[in-house]
Write a protein that binds this ligand. Structure first.
Ligand code: COA
Length: 567
Protein backbone atom coordinates (compact mmCIF):
# COMPACT_ATOMS: atom_id res chain seq x y z
CA UNK A 1 0.00 0.00 0.00
CA UNK A 2 0.96 3.61 -0.42
CA UNK A 3 1.16 5.07 3.07
CA UNK A 4 1.77 8.71 3.97
CA UNK A 5 3.03 9.61 7.43
CA UNK A 6 1.80 13.02 8.50
CA UNK A 7 3.88 13.85 11.54
CA UNK A 8 5.14 16.72 13.66
CA UNK A 9 8.69 15.31 13.54
CA UNK A 10 10.56 12.18 12.51
CA UNK A 11 10.86 11.09 16.15
CA UNK A 12 11.87 7.66 17.44
CA UNK A 13 8.36 6.18 17.17
CA UNK A 14 7.92 7.51 13.64
CA UNK A 15 11.33 6.12 12.68
CA UNK A 16 10.42 2.70 14.04
CA UNK A 17 7.05 2.60 12.22
CA UNK A 18 8.82 3.73 9.04
CA UNK A 19 11.20 0.78 9.34
CA UNK A 20 8.46 -1.74 10.22
CA UNK A 21 5.97 -0.77 7.51
CA UNK A 22 8.62 -0.60 4.79
CA UNK A 23 9.78 -4.06 5.83
CA UNK A 24 6.21 -5.26 5.16
CA UNK A 25 6.52 -3.96 1.61
CA UNK A 26 4.51 -0.75 1.97
CA UNK A 27 5.57 2.36 0.11
CA UNK A 28 5.97 4.85 2.93
CA UNK A 29 6.56 8.54 2.46
CA UNK A 30 6.75 11.23 5.15
CA UNK A 31 5.52 14.81 5.34
CA UNK A 32 6.07 17.07 8.35
CA UNK A 33 2.94 18.80 9.55
CA UNK A 34 3.99 22.34 8.70
CA UNK A 35 0.68 23.82 7.52
CA UNK A 36 -2.58 22.71 5.88
CA UNK A 37 -1.48 23.64 2.35
CA UNK A 38 1.74 21.62 2.58
CA UNK A 39 -0.12 18.61 3.99
CA UNK A 40 -2.71 18.78 1.21
CA UNK A 41 0.02 19.07 -1.39
CA UNK A 42 1.76 15.98 0.03
CA UNK A 43 -1.48 13.99 -0.14
CA UNK A 44 -1.94 15.11 -3.74
CA UNK A 45 1.59 14.08 -4.66
CA UNK A 46 1.73 10.72 -2.86
CA UNK A 47 -1.87 9.66 -3.54
CA UNK A 48 -1.85 7.45 -0.43
CA UNK A 49 -4.16 4.52 0.22
CA UNK A 50 -3.81 5.31 3.90
CA UNK A 51 -2.53 8.20 6.03
CA UNK A 52 -0.94 7.55 9.42
CA UNK A 53 -0.20 10.23 12.01
CA UNK A 54 2.36 8.71 14.40
CA UNK A 55 3.12 11.95 16.27
CA UNK A 56 0.90 14.92 15.63
CA UNK A 57 0.41 18.07 17.70
CA UNK A 58 -2.63 19.49 15.92
CA UNK A 59 -5.72 18.31 14.08
CA UNK A 60 -5.54 16.88 10.56
CA UNK A 61 -7.19 19.28 8.06
CA UNK A 62 -10.81 18.34 7.33
CA UNK A 63 -10.15 18.31 3.58
CA UNK A 64 -7.79 15.40 4.22
CA UNK A 65 -9.67 13.23 6.74
CA UNK A 66 -12.95 13.55 4.83
CA UNK A 67 -11.37 12.07 1.69
CA UNK A 68 -8.82 9.63 3.12
CA UNK A 69 -8.69 7.22 5.99
CA UNK A 70 -6.34 8.84 8.53
CA UNK A 71 -5.17 6.76 11.50
CA UNK A 72 -3.85 8.64 14.52
CA UNK A 73 -1.51 6.93 17.00
CA UNK A 74 -2.58 8.00 20.48
CA UNK A 75 -0.38 7.07 23.49
CA UNK A 76 -3.34 6.19 25.68
CA UNK A 77 -5.69 3.33 26.46
CA UNK A 78 -8.97 2.74 24.63
CA UNK A 79 -11.23 5.75 25.27
CA UNK A 80 -8.43 7.99 26.54
CA UNK A 81 -8.33 11.38 24.84
CA UNK A 82 -6.33 14.57 25.11
CA UNK A 83 -2.86 16.02 24.60
CA UNK A 84 -1.16 14.75 27.80
CA UNK A 85 -2.04 11.06 27.79
CA UNK A 86 1.23 9.61 29.04
CA UNK A 87 1.91 12.54 31.40
CA UNK A 88 -1.37 11.85 33.23
CA UNK A 89 -0.76 8.10 33.32
CA UNK A 90 2.57 8.70 35.12
CA UNK A 91 1.21 11.40 37.43
CA UNK A 92 -1.75 9.24 38.45
CA UNK A 93 0.47 6.19 38.96
CA UNK A 94 -1.48 3.99 36.51
CA UNK A 95 -0.31 0.37 36.58
CA UNK A 96 -1.32 -0.38 32.99
CA UNK A 97 -1.46 1.94 30.03
CA UNK A 98 -1.68 1.58 26.27
CA UNK A 99 -1.64 2.84 22.73
CA UNK A 100 -4.75 3.30 20.61
CA UNK A 101 -4.98 3.75 16.86
CA UNK A 102 -8.04 5.78 16.01
CA UNK A 103 -9.58 7.32 12.96
CA UNK A 104 -9.23 11.09 12.59
CA UNK A 105 -12.48 13.07 12.52
CA UNK A 106 -13.58 16.58 13.50
CA UNK A 107 -12.96 16.09 17.24
CA UNK A 108 -9.61 15.40 18.92
CA UNK A 109 -9.02 11.66 19.54
CA UNK A 110 -12.77 11.01 19.21
CA UNK A 111 -12.77 8.88 16.06
CA UNK A 112 -13.51 5.17 15.74
CA UNK A 113 -10.96 2.81 17.25
CA UNK A 114 -9.05 0.54 14.85
CA UNK A 115 -6.70 -1.13 17.33
CA UNK A 116 -5.53 -0.80 20.91
CA UNK A 117 -2.69 -2.51 22.79
CA UNK A 118 -1.93 -2.33 26.51
CA UNK A 119 1.30 -2.66 28.50
CA UNK A 120 2.55 -2.71 32.11
CA UNK A 121 3.80 0.67 33.31
CA UNK A 122 7.34 0.99 34.64
CA UNK A 123 8.88 3.54 36.99
CA UNK A 124 10.63 5.55 34.30
CA UNK A 125 10.57 8.90 32.55
CA UNK A 126 7.92 9.75 29.99
CA UNK A 127 10.60 9.68 27.29
CA UNK A 128 11.80 6.24 28.31
CA UNK A 129 8.26 4.81 28.37
CA UNK A 130 7.60 6.41 25.00
CA UNK A 131 10.76 5.00 23.42
CA UNK A 132 10.16 1.51 24.82
CA UNK A 133 6.68 0.36 25.92
CA UNK A 134 4.69 2.90 23.87
CA UNK A 135 6.75 2.25 20.75
CA UNK A 136 6.46 -1.55 21.03
CA UNK A 137 2.69 -1.31 21.60
CA UNK A 138 2.30 1.19 18.76
CA UNK A 139 4.07 -1.13 16.33
CA UNK A 140 1.66 -3.96 17.17
CA UNK A 141 -1.42 -1.70 17.08
CA UNK A 142 -0.48 0.05 13.82
CA UNK A 143 0.32 -3.23 12.07
CA UNK A 144 -3.03 -4.62 13.24
CA UNK A 145 -4.91 -1.54 12.03
CA UNK A 146 -3.13 -1.54 8.66
CA UNK A 147 -3.91 -5.21 8.16
CA UNK A 148 -7.56 -4.67 9.11
CA UNK A 149 -7.82 -1.85 6.61
CA UNK A 150 -6.06 -3.81 3.89
CA UNK A 151 -8.18 -6.94 4.37
CA UNK A 152 -11.37 -4.86 4.37
CA UNK A 153 -14.65 -5.46 6.15
CA UNK A 154 -13.39 -4.46 9.59
CA UNK A 155 -15.81 -2.42 11.67
CA UNK A 156 -13.84 -0.06 13.95
CA UNK A 157 -15.28 0.51 17.42
CA UNK A 158 -17.08 3.84 17.88
CA UNK A 159 -15.83 5.85 20.88
CA UNK A 160 -19.35 6.10 22.31
CA UNK A 161 -19.25 2.37 23.07
CA UNK A 162 -16.54 3.01 25.70
CA UNK A 163 -17.82 3.46 29.26
CA UNK A 164 -17.22 7.19 30.04
CA UNK A 165 -16.84 6.48 33.78
CA UNK A 166 -13.87 4.16 33.14
CA UNK A 167 -10.17 4.97 33.05
CA UNK A 168 -10.24 5.85 29.34
CA UNK A 169 -11.74 9.35 29.06
CA UNK A 170 -10.95 12.94 28.03
CA UNK A 171 -8.16 14.55 30.06
CA UNK A 172 -7.04 18.12 29.57
CA UNK A 173 -3.49 19.35 28.99
CA UNK A 174 -1.23 18.93 32.03
CA UNK A 175 -0.21 22.35 33.32
CA UNK A 176 2.87 23.28 35.35
CA UNK A 177 0.58 23.67 38.41
CA UNK A 178 -0.41 20.00 38.14
CA UNK A 179 3.18 18.92 38.63
CA UNK A 180 4.54 21.76 40.77
CA UNK A 181 6.65 20.31 43.57
CA UNK A 182 5.77 21.19 47.16
CA UNK A 183 9.10 20.46 48.84
CA UNK A 184 7.49 20.77 52.30
CA UNK A 185 4.86 18.13 51.59
CA UNK A 186 5.78 15.90 48.64
CA UNK A 187 7.51 12.59 49.30
CA UNK A 188 10.51 11.48 47.24
CA UNK A 189 8.27 9.07 45.29
CA UNK A 190 5.81 11.84 44.45
CA UNK A 191 8.57 14.22 43.38
CA UNK A 192 10.09 11.56 41.13
CA UNK A 193 6.72 10.90 39.56
CA UNK A 194 6.15 14.60 38.87
CA UNK A 195 9.57 15.09 37.27
CA UNK A 196 9.38 11.85 35.28
CA UNK A 197 5.95 12.81 33.90
CA UNK A 198 7.58 15.82 32.20
CA UNK A 199 10.92 14.28 31.11
CA UNK A 200 11.97 14.77 28.05
CA UNK A 201 9.60 17.75 27.71
CA UNK A 202 8.62 20.22 29.11
CA UNK A 203 10.29 19.54 32.49
CA UNK A 204 8.98 20.60 35.89
CA UNK A 205 9.34 24.30 36.58
CA UNK A 206 11.01 25.05 39.90
CA UNK A 207 13.48 27.38 41.48
CA UNK A 208 17.02 26.38 42.40
CA UNK A 209 19.43 28.80 44.06
CA UNK A 210 16.85 31.47 43.21
CA UNK A 211 16.97 30.69 39.48
CA UNK A 212 13.88 29.60 37.58
CA UNK A 213 14.57 26.34 35.76
CA UNK A 214 13.00 23.13 34.58
CA UNK A 215 14.07 19.89 36.27
CA UNK A 216 14.94 16.62 34.50
CA UNK A 217 16.75 13.34 35.02
CA UNK A 218 15.66 12.76 38.63
CA UNK A 219 16.91 9.79 40.62
CA UNK A 220 16.36 8.79 44.25
CA UNK A 221 19.15 9.25 46.81
CA UNK A 222 19.14 6.61 49.55
CA UNK A 223 21.54 7.94 52.19
CA UNK A 224 21.79 11.75 52.27
CA UNK A 225 19.23 13.81 54.14
CA UNK A 226 18.66 17.52 54.87
CA UNK A 227 16.16 20.35 55.04
CA UNK A 228 13.42 19.64 52.45
CA UNK A 229 14.01 21.52 49.19
CA UNK A 230 17.59 22.53 50.07
CA UNK A 231 20.46 21.58 47.75
CA UNK A 232 22.74 19.42 49.89
CA UNK A 233 25.43 17.88 47.66
CA UNK A 234 26.80 17.47 44.15
CA UNK A 235 28.02 14.38 42.33
CA UNK A 236 29.15 14.33 38.69
CA UNK A 237 26.82 16.67 36.82
CA UNK A 238 23.97 16.35 39.34
CA UNK A 239 22.73 18.32 42.34
CA UNK A 240 21.07 16.60 45.30
CA UNK A 241 18.01 18.17 46.97
CA UNK A 242 16.62 17.00 50.27
CA UNK A 243 12.98 15.89 50.52
CA UNK A 244 10.76 15.22 53.54
CA UNK A 245 11.74 11.52 53.50
CA UNK A 246 15.17 11.46 51.83
CA UNK A 247 16.60 13.24 48.82
CA UNK A 248 16.62 13.28 45.00
CA UNK A 249 19.35 13.88 42.45
CA UNK A 250 18.57 16.30 39.64
CA UNK A 251 20.88 15.49 36.74
CA UNK A 252 19.78 18.04 34.16
CA UNK A 253 18.24 21.51 34.13
CA UNK A 254 16.93 23.92 31.53
CA UNK A 255 16.67 27.64 32.17
CA UNK A 256 13.66 29.32 30.64
CA UNK A 257 15.66 32.31 29.58
CA UNK A 258 19.30 33.06 30.25
CA UNK A 259 22.43 32.47 28.24
CA UNK A 260 21.81 28.79 27.45
CA UNK A 261 18.07 28.03 27.44
CA UNK A 262 18.45 24.31 26.72
CA UNK A 263 19.12 21.17 28.79
CA UNK A 264 22.48 21.06 30.52
CA UNK A 265 23.94 19.05 33.36
CA UNK A 266 22.81 20.73 36.60
CA UNK A 267 26.32 21.52 37.81
CA UNK A 268 27.14 23.10 34.44
CA UNK A 269 24.12 25.42 34.45
CA UNK A 270 24.55 26.38 38.12
CA UNK A 271 28.32 26.04 38.16
CA UNK A 272 29.18 28.67 40.78
CA UNK A 273 26.38 27.66 43.17
CA UNK A 274 27.08 23.94 42.78
CA UNK A 275 30.79 24.43 43.43
CA UNK A 276 29.97 25.50 46.98
CA UNK A 277 28.14 22.21 47.71
CA UNK A 278 29.95 19.24 49.25
CA UNK A 279 31.01 16.79 46.52
CA UNK A 280 30.30 13.12 47.12
CA UNK A 281 31.63 10.08 45.27
CA UNK A 282 29.00 7.74 43.86
CA UNK A 283 28.82 4.18 45.17
CA UNK A 284 26.23 1.39 45.17
CA UNK A 285 24.13 3.07 47.88
CA UNK A 286 24.48 6.77 47.23
CA UNK A 287 25.21 9.42 44.61
CA UNK A 288 24.49 10.01 40.92
CA UNK A 289 26.17 7.32 38.88
CA UNK A 290 26.66 7.50 35.14
CA UNK A 291 29.05 4.58 34.75
CA UNK A 292 28.64 1.25 36.50
CA UNK A 293 30.74 -1.90 36.27
CA UNK A 294 29.66 -5.41 37.26
CA UNK A 295 31.26 -8.79 36.83
CA UNK A 296 29.73 -12.22 36.50
CA UNK A 297 31.04 -15.57 35.26
CA UNK A 298 34.04 -14.18 33.39
CA UNK A 299 32.05 -11.32 31.85
CA UNK A 300 32.59 -7.64 32.64
CA UNK A 301 29.46 -5.52 32.20
CA UNK A 302 29.99 -1.82 31.63
CA UNK A 303 26.83 0.30 31.84
CA UNK A 304 26.88 3.93 30.72
CA UNK A 305 23.31 5.29 30.65
CA UNK A 306 24.26 8.87 29.76
CA UNK A 307 21.22 11.13 29.60
CA UNK A 308 19.85 11.15 26.03
CA UNK A 309 22.86 9.10 24.90
CA UNK A 310 24.97 12.26 24.59
CA UNK A 311 28.66 11.75 25.42
CA UNK A 312 30.63 14.82 26.50
CA UNK A 313 34.42 15.07 26.61
CA UNK A 314 34.44 14.38 30.36
CA UNK A 315 32.02 11.45 30.01
CA UNK A 316 34.17 9.88 27.26
CA UNK A 317 37.26 10.29 29.44
CA UNK A 318 35.52 8.71 32.43
CA UNK A 319 34.27 5.85 30.27
CA UNK A 320 37.74 5.33 28.82
CA UNK A 321 39.16 5.06 32.36
CA UNK A 322 36.39 2.60 33.33
CA UNK A 323 36.99 0.54 30.19
CA UNK A 324 40.75 0.40 30.88
CA UNK A 325 39.96 -0.73 34.42
CA UNK A 326 37.60 -3.42 33.04
CA UNK A 327 40.40 -4.66 30.78
CA UNK A 328 42.66 -5.16 33.79
CA UNK A 329 40.18 -7.60 35.34
CA UNK A 330 40.48 -11.36 35.08
CA UNK A 331 37.53 -11.69 32.71
CA UNK A 332 37.31 -12.79 29.06
CA UNK A 333 34.47 -10.74 27.55
CA UNK A 334 33.52 -7.11 28.13
CA UNK A 335 29.93 -6.15 27.41
CA UNK A 336 29.51 -2.46 26.58
CA UNK A 337 25.89 -1.92 27.54
CA UNK A 338 25.19 1.82 27.13
CA UNK A 339 21.84 2.66 28.71
CA UNK A 340 18.30 1.28 28.53
CA UNK A 341 17.11 4.16 26.33
CA UNK A 342 20.15 4.89 24.19
CA UNK A 343 23.43 3.16 23.60
CA UNK A 344 25.03 6.38 22.37
CA UNK A 345 24.17 9.38 20.22
CA UNK A 346 27.74 10.60 19.85
CA UNK A 347 29.17 13.96 20.86
CA UNK A 348 27.30 16.03 23.45
CA UNK A 349 25.84 18.73 21.23
CA UNK A 350 24.26 20.75 24.07
CA UNK A 351 27.52 21.08 25.96
CA UNK A 352 29.27 22.00 22.72
CA UNK A 353 26.65 24.68 22.07
CA UNK A 354 27.17 26.07 25.59
CA UNK A 355 30.97 26.16 25.34
CA UNK A 356 32.82 29.46 24.91
CA UNK A 357 34.23 28.06 21.65
CA UNK A 358 31.93 25.49 20.06
CA UNK A 359 34.64 24.57 17.56
CA UNK A 360 37.24 23.90 20.28
CA UNK A 361 34.80 21.88 22.36
CA UNK A 362 33.73 19.87 19.29
CA UNK A 363 37.40 19.14 18.66
CA UNK A 364 37.99 18.01 22.26
CA UNK A 365 34.81 15.91 22.26
CA UNK A 366 35.54 14.08 19.00
CA UNK A 367 39.09 13.37 20.14
CA UNK A 368 37.80 12.00 23.44
CA UNK A 369 35.38 9.66 21.60
CA UNK A 370 38.17 8.63 19.25
CA UNK A 371 40.45 7.80 22.21
CA UNK A 372 37.71 5.54 23.55
CA UNK A 373 37.08 3.94 20.14
CA UNK A 374 40.81 3.27 19.69
CA UNK A 375 41.05 1.65 23.14
CA UNK A 376 38.16 -0.66 22.24
CA UNK A 377 39.57 -1.51 18.81
CA UNK A 378 43.03 -2.24 20.24
CA UNK A 379 41.79 -4.52 23.02
CA UNK A 380 43.86 -7.71 22.87
CA UNK A 381 43.01 -9.29 26.22
CA UNK A 382 39.24 -9.62 25.81
CA UNK A 383 36.51 -10.05 23.24
CA UNK A 384 34.39 -6.92 23.32
CA UNK A 385 30.67 -6.81 22.58
CA UNK A 386 28.59 -3.66 22.16
CA UNK A 387 25.15 -4.78 23.35
CA UNK A 388 22.48 -2.28 22.31
CA UNK A 389 19.39 -2.23 24.51
CA UNK A 390 18.42 1.18 23.10
CA UNK A 391 18.92 3.14 19.92
CA UNK A 392 22.18 4.57 18.63
CA UNK A 393 22.79 7.49 16.32
CA UNK A 394 25.64 9.12 14.39
CA UNK A 395 29.03 8.56 16.08
CA UNK A 396 27.32 6.29 18.61
CA UNK A 397 26.74 3.64 15.93
CA UNK A 398 30.37 3.65 14.84
CA UNK A 399 31.61 3.65 18.42
CA UNK A 400 29.58 0.45 18.88
CA UNK A 401 31.19 -0.98 15.74
CA UNK A 402 34.60 -0.52 17.39
CA UNK A 403 33.76 -3.61 19.47
CA UNK A 404 34.42 -7.10 18.08
CA UNK A 405 30.71 -7.83 17.93
CA UNK A 406 27.57 -5.71 17.96
CA UNK A 407 24.38 -7.23 19.35
CA UNK A 408 21.11 -5.32 19.33
CA UNK A 409 17.70 -5.83 20.88
CA UNK A 410 14.98 -6.40 18.29
CA UNK A 411 13.28 -3.04 17.90
CA UNK A 412 16.46 -0.99 18.19
CA UNK A 413 16.80 1.72 15.55
CA UNK A 414 20.16 2.83 14.21
CA UNK A 415 20.90 6.11 12.48
CA UNK A 416 24.35 5.31 11.07
CA UNK A 417 24.99 8.68 9.47
CA UNK A 418 26.34 12.10 10.38
CA UNK A 419 25.26 14.12 7.40
CA UNK A 420 22.07 15.47 8.96
CA UNK A 421 24.29 17.37 11.39
CA UNK A 422 25.37 19.90 8.75
CA UNK A 423 27.27 17.44 6.56
CA UNK A 424 29.55 16.45 9.39
CA UNK A 425 32.18 14.02 8.10
CA UNK A 426 32.38 12.04 11.34
CA UNK A 427 35.23 10.18 12.97
CA UNK A 428 35.33 7.29 15.49
CA UNK A 429 37.47 5.43 12.90
CA UNK A 430 34.36 4.83 10.80
CA UNK A 431 36.39 4.88 7.59
CA UNK A 432 38.23 1.81 8.96
CA UNK A 433 35.35 0.10 10.76
CA UNK A 434 32.52 0.39 8.24
CA UNK A 435 34.29 -1.01 5.15
CA UNK A 436 35.69 -3.70 7.48
CA UNK A 437 32.23 -5.02 8.32
CA UNK A 438 30.08 -4.02 5.34
CA UNK A 439 32.50 -3.75 2.43
CA UNK A 440 33.54 -0.61 0.57
CA UNK A 441 30.52 -0.08 -1.63
CA UNK A 442 27.91 -0.61 1.06
CA UNK A 443 29.93 1.45 3.51
CA UNK A 444 29.84 4.41 1.14
CA UNK A 445 26.10 4.03 0.69
CA UNK A 446 25.38 3.64 4.41
CA UNK A 447 27.29 6.87 5.01
CA UNK A 448 25.33 8.68 2.30
CA UNK A 449 21.83 7.39 3.10
CA UNK A 450 20.22 9.45 5.83
CA UNK A 451 17.52 7.02 6.90
CA UNK A 452 16.95 5.07 10.12
CA UNK A 453 17.65 1.38 9.96
CA UNK A 454 16.07 -1.55 11.79
CA UNK A 455 17.99 -4.56 13.05
CA UNK A 456 17.16 -6.86 10.13
CA UNK A 457 18.58 -4.42 7.63
CA UNK A 458 21.59 -3.80 9.89
CA UNK A 459 22.27 -7.56 10.05
CA UNK A 460 22.01 -7.84 6.25
CA UNK A 461 24.64 -5.08 6.00
CA UNK A 462 26.85 -6.69 8.70
CA UNK A 463 26.48 -3.53 10.74
CA UNK A 464 25.28 -5.70 13.61
CA UNK A 465 26.08 -9.35 14.24
CA UNK A 466 23.26 -10.63 16.38
CA UNK A 467 19.65 -9.74 17.16
CA UNK A 468 18.47 -10.27 20.72
CA UNK A 469 14.79 -11.16 20.99
CA UNK A 470 12.82 -10.75 24.19
CA UNK A 471 11.65 -8.01 26.50
CA UNK A 472 13.69 -4.92 27.41
CA UNK A 473 13.91 -5.85 31.08
CA UNK A 474 15.43 -9.27 30.39
CA UNK A 475 18.04 -7.92 27.97
CA UNK A 476 21.05 -7.56 30.28
CA UNK A 477 20.80 -11.03 31.82
CA UNK A 478 20.18 -12.53 28.36
CA UNK A 479 23.32 -10.99 26.81
CA UNK A 480 25.34 -11.82 29.94
CA UNK A 481 24.38 -15.49 29.55
CA UNK A 482 25.25 -15.42 25.85
CA UNK A 483 28.64 -13.85 26.61
CA UNK A 484 29.55 -16.44 29.23
CA UNK A 485 28.43 -19.13 26.77
CA UNK A 486 30.94 -17.72 24.27
CA UNK A 487 33.76 -18.10 26.79
CA UNK A 488 32.93 -21.75 27.34
CA UNK A 489 33.23 -22.66 23.64
CA UNK A 490 36.51 -24.36 22.65
CA UNK A 491 36.93 -21.84 19.84
CA UNK A 492 37.12 -18.87 22.21
CA UNK A 493 40.94 -18.65 22.49
CA UNK A 494 41.22 -19.17 18.76
CA UNK A 495 38.84 -16.28 18.15
CA UNK A 496 40.85 -14.03 20.38
CA UNK A 497 44.01 -15.04 18.59
CA UNK A 498 42.40 -14.52 15.18
CA UNK A 499 41.08 -11.04 16.00
CA UNK A 500 44.50 -9.91 17.25
CA UNK A 501 46.21 -11.30 14.16
CA UNK A 502 43.67 -9.52 11.94
CA UNK A 503 44.20 -6.23 13.78
CA UNK A 504 47.95 -6.52 13.32
CA UNK A 505 47.53 -7.27 9.63
CA UNK A 506 45.19 -4.29 9.20
CA UNK A 507 47.64 -2.07 11.08
CA UNK A 508 50.42 -3.11 8.72
CA UNK A 509 48.30 -2.15 5.69
CA UNK A 510 47.24 1.20 7.13
CA UNK A 511 47.78 2.31 10.72
CA UNK A 512 44.74 3.32 12.78
CA UNK A 513 46.44 6.65 13.40
CA UNK A 514 46.24 7.45 9.69
CA UNK A 515 42.50 6.79 9.53
CA UNK A 516 42.06 9.12 12.47
CA UNK A 517 44.26 11.80 10.97
CA UNK A 518 42.31 11.72 7.69
CA UNK A 519 38.91 11.80 9.42
CA UNK A 520 39.95 14.59 11.76
CA UNK A 521 41.31 16.61 8.87
CA UNK A 522 37.75 16.64 7.48
CA UNK A 523 36.27 17.31 10.91
CA UNK A 524 38.59 20.24 11.36
CA UNK A 525 37.05 21.75 8.24
CA UNK A 526 33.57 21.10 9.66
CA UNK A 527 34.48 22.77 12.96
CA UNK A 528 36.81 25.59 11.89
CA UNK A 529 36.29 25.96 8.13
CA UNK A 530 34.51 28.49 5.97
CA UNK A 531 31.30 26.43 5.66
CA UNK A 532 29.19 27.01 8.85
CA UNK A 533 26.70 24.16 8.11
CA UNK A 534 27.64 22.07 11.16
CA UNK A 535 27.35 25.01 13.54
CA UNK A 536 24.00 26.04 12.06
CA UNK A 537 22.64 22.47 12.15
CA UNK A 538 23.82 22.00 15.74
CA UNK A 539 22.23 25.30 16.81
CA UNK A 540 18.93 24.27 15.18
CA UNK A 541 19.08 20.84 16.83
CA UNK A 542 19.91 22.11 20.32
CA UNK A 543 17.41 25.01 20.18
CA UNK A 544 14.81 22.70 18.62
CA UNK A 545 14.14 25.07 15.73
CA UNK A 546 11.09 23.63 13.92
CA UNK A 547 11.76 22.30 10.45
CA UNK A 548 10.34 24.42 7.65
CA UNK A 549 10.23 21.53 5.18
CA UNK A 550 10.50 17.75 5.12
CA UNK A 551 13.94 16.44 4.13
CA UNK A 552 13.84 14.90 0.66
CA UNK A 553 15.33 11.68 2.03
CA UNK A 554 11.97 11.13 3.78
CA UNK A 555 9.49 12.80 1.42
CA UNK A 556 9.65 10.29 -1.44
CA UNK A 557 6.61 11.90 -3.00
CA UNK A 558 8.63 15.04 -3.64
CA UNK A 559 11.20 13.12 -5.67
CA UNK A 560 10.96 12.51 -9.37
CA UNK A 561 12.10 8.95 -8.53
CA UNK A 562 11.82 7.29 -5.10
CA UNK A 563 14.87 7.71 -2.86
CA UNK A 564 17.15 4.70 -3.22
CA UNK A 565 17.71 2.55 -0.13
CA UNK A 566 20.93 0.80 0.79
CA UNK A 567 20.71 -2.85 -0.23
N1 COA B 1 23.79 15.61 22.09
C1 COA B 1 22.90 16.19 22.94
N2 COA B 1 21.60 15.84 23.00
C2 COA B 1 21.20 14.86 22.17
C3 COA B 1 22.08 14.22 21.27
C4 COA B 1 23.42 14.62 21.25
N3 COA B 1 24.31 14.04 20.46
N4 COA B 1 21.38 13.30 20.58
C5 COA B 1 20.11 13.35 21.03
N5 COA B 1 20.00 14.30 21.98
C6 COA B 1 18.80 14.67 22.73
C7 COA B 1 17.79 15.46 21.90
O1 COA B 1 18.06 16.84 21.91
C8 COA B 1 16.49 15.13 22.62
O2 COA B 1 16.46 15.95 23.78
P1 COA B 1 15.13 16.26 24.62
O3 COA B 1 15.07 15.21 25.68
O4 COA B 1 15.39 17.60 25.17
O5 COA B 1 13.98 16.23 23.67
C9 COA B 1 16.72 13.68 23.09
O6 COA B 1 18.13 13.48 23.07
C10 COA B 1 16.10 12.68 22.17
O7 COA B 1 16.54 12.98 20.85
P2 COA B 1 15.56 12.98 19.61
O8 COA B 1 16.26 13.63 18.47
O9 COA B 1 14.23 13.51 20.03
O10 COA B 1 15.49 11.41 19.44
P3 COA B 1 15.16 10.57 18.18
O11 COA B 1 15.10 9.17 18.65
O12 COA B 1 13.98 11.16 17.51
O13 COA B 1 16.41 10.76 17.18
C11 COA B 1 18.79 10.80 16.64
C12 COA B 1 17.64 10.15 17.46
C13 COA B 1 20.09 10.13 17.07
C14 COA B 1 18.53 10.58 15.17
C15 COA B 1 18.84 12.31 16.90
O14 COA B 1 18.74 12.54 18.30
C16 COA B 1 20.12 12.96 16.44
O15 COA B 1 20.26 13.22 15.26
N6 COA B 1 21.04 13.25 17.37
C17 COA B 1 22.29 13.91 17.06
C18 COA B 1 23.35 12.91 16.64
C19 COA B 1 24.60 13.63 16.23
O16 COA B 1 24.64 14.30 15.22
N7 COA B 1 25.64 13.53 17.08
C20 COA B 1 26.84 14.28 16.87
C21 COA B 1 27.76 13.69 15.89
S1 COA B 1 28.66 12.33 16.59
Amino acid sequence: MRILFLTHAFNSLTQRLHVELRALGHEVSVEFDINDAVALEAVGLHQPDLIIAPFLKRAIPEAIWRNHLCLVVHPGIRGDRGPSALDWAILKGERRWGVTVLQANGEMDAGDIWASVEFEMREATKGSLYRNEVTEAAVVAVKQAVERFQTGGYQPQPLKQIDPSGLGRWRRLVKQDDRAIDWEKDTTARILRKIRSADGMPGVQDSLFGRQCYLYDARPERVLKGTPGEPIARCGGAICRATIDGAVWIGHLREKRGEHPFKLPATRLLAAEAAALPEIAADEASGYREIRYQEEAGVGLLHFPFYNGAMSTAQCEALLAAFREAKRRDTRVILLLGGADYWSNGMHLNLIEAASSAADESWRNINAIDDLAREIIETESHLTVAALQGNAGAGGVFLARAADEVWARRGVILNPHYKDMGNLFGSEYWTYLLPGCSGDERAARIAETRLPMGVDEAVALNLIDRVIDGPVNGFVSHVRRLASGMIRTPAFSERLHYKNARRQADEAVKPLARYREEELEQMKRNFYGFDPSYHVARYNFVYKVPKSRTPLTLANHRWAKPFRRVS
